[in-house]
Design a protein around this ligand. Structure first.
Ligand code: GTP
Ligand code: MG
Length: 198
C-alpha cells in the first residue's frame, strides 16, 4: 500500500464534536497501552503521526487521520486502564459508543489484542457491541515480537478460543518489526473496497 498522504485531521473529546461523515472510516480499538497508536504509525509508515506512550491511557480522544484522501483511520481511546476514574471510564463508553452507533461510514473496526495476554472482559464487550451494530471486526494480535516463535501458534489458538473465532482469521502483528502489516492492509482493503477505490 503506497501512502501518499497521512495527515492528522481532528481530535475530539466529546460525543457532540464528532465530525460529519465524509470519507469511509476504519477505527482502531483495544485496551489501553496495547499498541493502537503504534500500529497506526507502522501501517501508515509515519513515525509520530499518532502519539504513542509507555504510559497507558495516553490517547484520550478520538483522533482522525486522513489517508490518501481515500479513507480516515480513527484512533480510539483505549479501555480497561485500571487507574482512570469512574467518571473517565463512563466518558470513554459514551464517546466510543456514540461514535460507533452513529457512524454509517465506519466500514470495519480493527480490534487489537496483545498476543501475550488473554482477551479481557472489555475486549469481549467490544466484540458484542460490534456484533450488535453489524460492524465487522478485524482482529490483530500485536506485540508478536515479544513472543518466541515457538509459542506464537499456541497463543493464537488460545486467544481464538476465548474470542470464539477462527484462529486463521487473527492477524499476528508487530509495530517493531512490521510483521503482519501487509496482511492487515489486505483485510482493511477488502472492507474499504465495498465503498471506494483506493
Ligand atoms: P493508549 O493510547 O494509551 O491507549 O495506548 P496505545 O494502545 O495507543 O499504545 P501505544 O501505541 O502508545 O503503545 C504503548 C506501548 O507499547 C509503547 O511503549 C510502545 O512502544 C509499545 N508497543 C506498541 N506496539 C508494540 C509492538 O508491536 N511491540 C513492542 N515490543 N512494543 C510495542
Ligand atoms: Mg494511543
Amino acid at each position: 500500500m503506497k501512502i501518499i498522504k497521512a495527515e492528522f485531521v481532528i481530535g475530539v473529546a466529546g460525543a457532540k464534536s464528532i465530525p460529519k461523515e465524509n470519507l469511509p472510516e476504519v477505527a482502531f480499538a483495544g485496551r489501553s497501552n496495547v499498541g493502537k497508536s503504534s500500529l497506526i504509525n507502522r501501517l501508515l509508515n509515519r513515525k509520530n503521526l499518532a502519539i504513542t506512550s509507555s504510559t497507558p491511557g495516553r490517547t484520550r480522544q478520538i483522533n482522525f487521520f486522513n489517508v490518501n484522501d481515500s479513507f480516515l483511520a480513527v484512533d480510539l481511546p483505549g479501555y480497561g486502564y485500571a487507574k482512570v476514574s469512574h467518571d473517565e471510564r463512563r466518558k470513554w463508553g459514551e464517546i466510543v459508543s456514540a461514535y460507533m452507533q452513529s457512524r454509517r461510514s465506519l466500514v470495519a473496526v480493527v480490534v487489537i489484542v496483545d498476543l501475550r495476554r488473554d482477551p479481557g472482559e472489555h475486549d469481549l464487550t467490544l466484540f458484542d457491541m460490534l456484533k450488535d451494530l453489524g460492524i465487522p471486526p478485524i482482529v490483530v494480535l500485536t506485540k508478536a515480537d515479544k513472543v518466541k516463535r515457538g509459542q506464537r501458534a499456541q497463543r493464537r489458538t488460545a486467544i481464538a478460543k476465548t474470542l470464539a473465532r477462527d484462529s486463521s482469521d487473527l492477524i499476528l502483528f508487530s509495530a517493531i518489526t512490521g510483521e503482519g502489516k501487509e496482511e492487515l492492509w489486505k483485510a482493511i482493503k477488502i472492507h474499504l473496497q465495498k465503498r471506494v477505490k483506493i
